[in-house]
Design a protein around this ligand. Structure first.
Ligand code: KIV
Length: 264
């Protein structure tokens, strides 16, 4: 079985085939998710909340991320593996970002994800020019939760929407090759998807992104914290975890998920 690559993902976006992504933190789930057809395994820093029981993603360390990337990489043979750079590991300067990103790549990631717009352009260019693919992350950026005043929908005013579109364009010019759009109005996500060359992966961003991602524990309905409006528990009516994940993949590919009730 051939490994999914950025070339595969670009072709899927170009051909109109929706990309199905899920967060993943360990080897057993890596195998299960990719056997159910998941294209991208995102080792998200959401592991701080869903695995470690923390209130936010901020305390997650680089060694936490390296450990979980290694676990996922051991269980995976087919999916594309993206890894979050944790808070404080990339914001200061591009050189430090490169040193830290290289640890995630050595652990088995195929790409690193950075939260933020304009402020991340120089670092994105620096990483990409040195061979590390970058996944941008715009809209609700959970590592900035305290600055944003909570987990709120972003890009609602005309001014914020224009800024987000510009950020997406400049990140792509700098070399970002995927763009995660979190908690933004569906019309804005559609505009970004149309205007930027990089495939977009949405979470709470409506149905028109190139693909969708969910936090695995929300899909399984086992996270004890607040369940966001955009999440769906696919275990309802499913006979097994395998069946629930396969249903998620089928619903993303057939554009049944997200439904209007999952959008803002
Ligand atoms: O850490 C994470 O799980 C994320 C989500 C937006 C999917 O980045």
């Amino acid at each position: 079985m051939m490994r999914t690559t950025l070339t595969t993902l670009n072709k899927m976006a170009h051909d109109g085939e929706k990309i199905a992504a899920l967060t993943c933190y360990d080897a057993s789930f890596a195998k299960l998710l990719e056997e159910a057809g998941v294209d991208i395994l995102l080792v998200g820093d959401s592991l701080g909340m869903v695995l470690q029981g923390r209130e936010s993603t901020l305390p997650v360390t680089l060694s936490d991320m390296v450990y979980h990337v290694e676990c996922v990489a051991r269980g995976s043979s087919k999916a594309f593996i993206a890894a979050d750079m944790p808070f404080g590991s990339y914001q200061d300067n591009p050189h430090e970002a490169f040193r830290n990103a290289s640890q995630l790549m050595r652990a088995g990631a195929h790409m690193v994800k950075l939260e933020g717009g304009r402020a991340m352009v120089e670092t994105t260019r620096f990483l990409v020019e040195r061979g590390i693919p970058v996944f941008g992350h715009l809209g609700l950026t959970p590592q900035s939760v305290h600055q944003l005043g909570g987990y709120r929908v972003q890009g609602k005013s005309a001014e914020d929407a224009k800024q987000l579109l510009q950020d997406a364009a400049t990140l792509c010019e700098a070399g970002a090759s995927l763009m995660l759009l979190e908690c933004i109005p569906p019309e804005l996500a559609r505009a970004v998807t149309t205007a930027t060359p990089a495939p977009t992966i949405g979470i709470g961003a409506g149905p028109d992104c190139s693909g969708q991602v969910l936090v695995l524990y929300d899909l399984l309905g086992i996270y004890g914290g607040k369940v966001p409006k955009f999440a769906k528990n696919f275990m309802h009516g499913a006979a097994s975890i395998q069946q629930a994940v396969a249903q998620y993949v089928a619903d993303v590919k057939a554009q049944r998920f997200p439904a209007p009730e999952h959008s803002f």
